[in-house]
Ligand binder design. Structure first.
Ligand SMILES: [Zn+2]
Length: 381
């Protein structure tokens, strides 16, 4: 938490807000929360997936801070009784690469203690990660690369919210552009998280007219070769995605599911005929993000230092289990085997998430507590 030498005056609010945003971006934040509390405002930033307190502002400043954010995002300052959404580009900032050039989306909401605001940070495509920088080991990276080079098929990245699924999809798009340049790529997303070069990106409104299914039907008439579809969350979308893969398109998508076995079974449960799924699906990549021990203090019993803002962790890495549909897996799917049977089979193919976490633990870069938090189980067996 930042201690300011003296409380800034109301006329300093512009600098104060710039200062807080710059600091949050420099720390690699993905979201900044401006939360009204009983006697003022708590500012928190999400770093490595966890919210951290930044500072507490006095009551006197909080309304002005929200007004300043609204001005920046071209919102109506005099309307404090309705939720509003807007955005602005952040061009300035320090020389630190990660804080340069970001789109900041502001959403406000009236609460009983006053207006609350959340600023989501969308970094520019110059910050796109490559497949190799995701923390994948050599074999999974090679498998993803091979699947991305195919002319058609269905690649599903699965995991809970905040497990880095979109980052992997974007890295795959970059890989496709590198390996097979000249393919037409269309992305349907909710929300569009980064602007991608040479990709037609569409903002989906899942509850409005432009939902995934409707958009997908129109997009198929735009001569696409590669389609990135943000998430398969219902039966209709599952069907159209499989159909598109079977008619010669390469589809990249995500699903909110635990591991590859669960992902495959979810498609079957949504009514996709097994013979269609085995022809369409190329690969499932299930992943999680694991926080790494702080390099400065992580090994000491008394953890916490300035570098990690006293959390004991700094940075994250991805662990993944990649399953391809080999002969044996196909036959199990055609027999509509339960997830438990598929899981045992896929474990023979490739180390599962628990196995990957065990490797990380053995190398000492993370600890048991973090693994339990992410995977929800101990790895003693
Ligand atoms: Zn530390």
């Amino acid at each position: 938490m930042k201690d300011r030498p003296s409380e800034p005056g109301v006329h300093d609010v512009t600098d104060l807000v710039d200062d807080i945003i710059a600091q949050a971006l420099e720390a690699g934040s993905t979201d900044i929360h401006w939360e009204p509390i009983d006697d003022g405002m708590l500012v928190r930033a999400r770093v490595d997936g966890q919210l951290r307190d930044m500072e507490v502002l006095s009551q006197r400043l909080s309304e002005n801070v929200i007004s300043r954010l609204k001005i920046m995002a071209s919102l109506l300052t005099y309307r404090i009784d309705i939720p509003q959404e807007g955005s602005f580009l952040w061009e300035h900032g320090s020389t630190n690469d990660s804080s340069m050039g970001a789109e900041l989306r502001v959403a406000t909401f009236p609460t009983v203690r006053g207006e609350r605001a959340v600023v989501r940070v969308f970094r520019r495509s110059t910050h796109l990660q490559s497949l190799d920088s995701l923390g994948l080991t050599t074999k999974p990276a090679a498998q993803l690369r091979a699947a991305a080079a195919l002319p058609a098929g269905l690649i599903v990245v699965s995991g809970p919210a905040g497990s880095g699924k979109t980052t992997t999809l974007y890295a795959l798009v970059r890989e496709i552009q590198r390996l097979t340049p000249g393919r037409s790529i269309i992305a349907l997303e909710d929300p569009v998280e980064q602007r991608l070069d040479r990709v037609a990106q569409v903002q989906i409104n899942p509850y409005g007219e432009l939902g995934y299914e409707r958009c997908m039907r129109s997009v198929l008439r735009h001569d696409p070769q590669v389609i990135l579809l943000g998430e398969v969350r219902d039966r209709q979308t599952a069907f159209i995605v499989v159909e598109a893969a079977l008619t010669g398109h390469l589809i990249l998508t995500t699903m909110h599911s635990g591991d590859p076995a669960e992902t495959i079974v979810r498609f079957l449960e949504m009514g996709i005929p097994p013979y269609q799924l085995v022809s369409a699906m190329t690969l499932v990549c299930s992943q999680r993000l694991i926080r790494l021990r702080c390099r400065h203090c992580g090994a000491s019993p008394l953890r916490g230092c300035n570098a990690c803002l006293n959390t004991g962790y700094s940075g994250r890495t991805a662990i993944s289990q990649i399953s391809t549909l080999d002969e044996r897996t196909r036959s199990l799917i055609l027999l509509q085997s339960p997830a438990s049977v598929l899981r045992e089979e896929l474990k023979k193919q490739e180390l599962d998430l628990n196995g990957r976490a065990r490797e990380l633990l053995a190398s000492g870069v993370t600890d048991e507590e973090e693994v339990v938090r992410i995977l929800g189980c101990k790895l003693s067996d």
